[in-house]
Design a protein around this ligand. Structure first.
Ligand code: AMP
Ligand code: GLY
Length: 427
């Protein structure tokens, strides 16, 4: 098959790496791809906002499957326009992508289907939002309703902080995403990510992971897109996985189909494991980044076969197989991230680093400058590893990082610490 992969981050490098291993693959194209993907894909320049151009590209290159990595093209309806042109695509329609595109949409579905989630209110003006905060009191969580690139969530420990967040939202701090806000109960517990492939009917669990969102060791400092992750998530026991499937995922998939907007693609549930069981924090309509990198490292069976089955409605024939080992990824970021990352600095030593046992290096934000490899983003490299335990995988990843010669880069030194403490019986 000829496949077009949309996106160019670490998630797409990992997806491309797994797709390229498939016996079914003929040619793999990536738009735009990245500087690390040259060995596995033909990277092409394509304006993914121009859906007619994407359709044309697919026709010219006899693309049989389009795999969409990030959420923005899905929320913009790329999958709908491809399907209308009879091109198979892995990823939900615009209507179904509302599960990530609108927090109030997801909350309403939770109400309709009795899906466990934080209690909430949805507001279009500051006065009513503040009255709700007065009534329910901090700690409380304020969320801009639309897509805000991971920045639209404010965890308020005091009512004053919550009021200020409401003013920020309605004053345009998050652009159009903040014109409506959702205010939620602050859930206590351990967070975990749960991935499911679905074709709209069949649901196939596709791994669990946990990530580290804060920039600093010990989970301190500002939030980021994710500084590292590991899989599986030890907190998600087989019983909790079944409970999540029954109480959260199945009613979502059934509910979306009943509304006439079946969900097809990967459903990424961000969960809080509370003392009352798993509760949904949010849905994403794509793989997580960097969670995808650890899932791909553990996946033993054919990714292309699975994604293609989801796209054509034959997932009932798919049983993914996984390496029993744990996988872990450490994000190397450019100094300044998550503020203004330093751009253009040279990275050396990747060949030696990637020779480390059990290690794959995925690029997230690099570019070639002549013979040099340079940083070209905030999150730049994902040093990804596999091992018998999270602890073993962590050793491999940091051994590789020792060999990366990039003085202007940094990473957290403790990715996986909670899982490792648990492995060592310290938790
Ligand atoms: P979201 O963009 O909805 O995933 O929120 C980003 C992060 O904020 C989540 O990963 C959680 O760490 C935290 N968060 C969001 N909603 C809640 C909630 N209701 N209770 C506790 N933490 C939350
Ligand atoms: N790592 C979190 C996300 O992809 O949303």
């Amino acid at each position: 098959m000829n496949v077009l992969l949309i996106g160019g981050g670490g998630r797409e490098h990992a997806l491309g790496w797994a797709l390229a291993k498939s016996p079914l693959i003929n040619q793999l194209f990536a738009a735009p791809g990245n500087a690390g993907m040259g060995d596995i894909a033909t990277c092409v320049v394509l304006d993914v906002g121009d859906h007619a151009a994407v359709v044309n590209f697919c026709r010219t290159n006899t693309i049989e499957l389009v795999v969409v990595g990030p959420e923005a093209p899905l929320v913009a309806g790329l999958a709908d326009d491809l399907r209308a042109a009879s091109i198979k695509v892995f990823g939900p329609s615009k209507a179904a992508a509302q599960l990530e595109g609108s927090k109030s949409f997801t909350k309403a579905l939770c109400d309709e289907r009795n899906i466990p989630t934080a209690a909430y209110g949805h507001f279009t003006n500051a006065a009513d939002a503040k009255a709700y905060i007065e009534k329910h009191s901090a700690p409380i969580v304020i969320k801009a309703d639309g897509l805000a690139a991971g920045k639209g969530v404010i965890m308020a420990r005091t009512n004053d902080k919550a009021f200020a967040a409401i003013d920020d939202c309605f004053d345009g701090a998050f652009g159009a995403a903040g014109a409506e806000v959702v205010i939620e109960e602050w859930l206590e517990g351990e967070e975990a990510s749960f991935f499911v492939l679905t074709d709209g009917k069949t649901m196939v669990p596709f791994g669990t992971a946990q990530d580290h969102k804060r920039v600093g060791d010990g989970d301190t400092g500002p939030n980021t897109g994710g500084m590292g992750a590991y899989s599986p998530a030890p907190v998600l026991t087989p019983e909790l996985i079944q409970q999540t499937l029954d109480e959260i995922i199945a009613p979502t998939v059934t509910g979306m189909a009943a509304r006439g907007t079946p969900y097809q693609g990967v459903l990424y549930a961000g969960l809080m494991i509370t003392k009352d069981g798993p509760k949904l924090i949010e849905y994403n309509v794509r793989f997580g980044d960097p969670e995808c990198q650890v899932l791909m490292m553990r996946l033993k069976s054919d990714l292309l076969k699975a994604l293609n089955a989801a796209a054509e409605g034959s997932l009932d024939a798919i049983k993914p197989e996984w390496h029993g080992d744990a996988a872990l990824t450490v994000v190397m970021a450019a100094q300044g991230y998550p503020g203004t990352p330093k751009k253009g600095t040279e990275i050396r030593g990747l060949d030696t680093a990637s020779d480390t046992d059990g290690v794959e290096i995925f690029h997230a934000g690099t570019k070639r400058d002549g013979d040099k490899l340079c940083a070209a983003g905030g999150r730049v490299l994902n040093i990804t590893s596999i091992g018998e335990s999270v602890g073993e995988a962590q050793k491999h990843a940091y051994a590789a990082i020792e060999k990366v010669d990039w003085p202007e880069g940094f990473c957290r030194t403790d990715i996986g610490y909670r899982a490792i403490a648990r492995e060592n019986g310290e938790d």
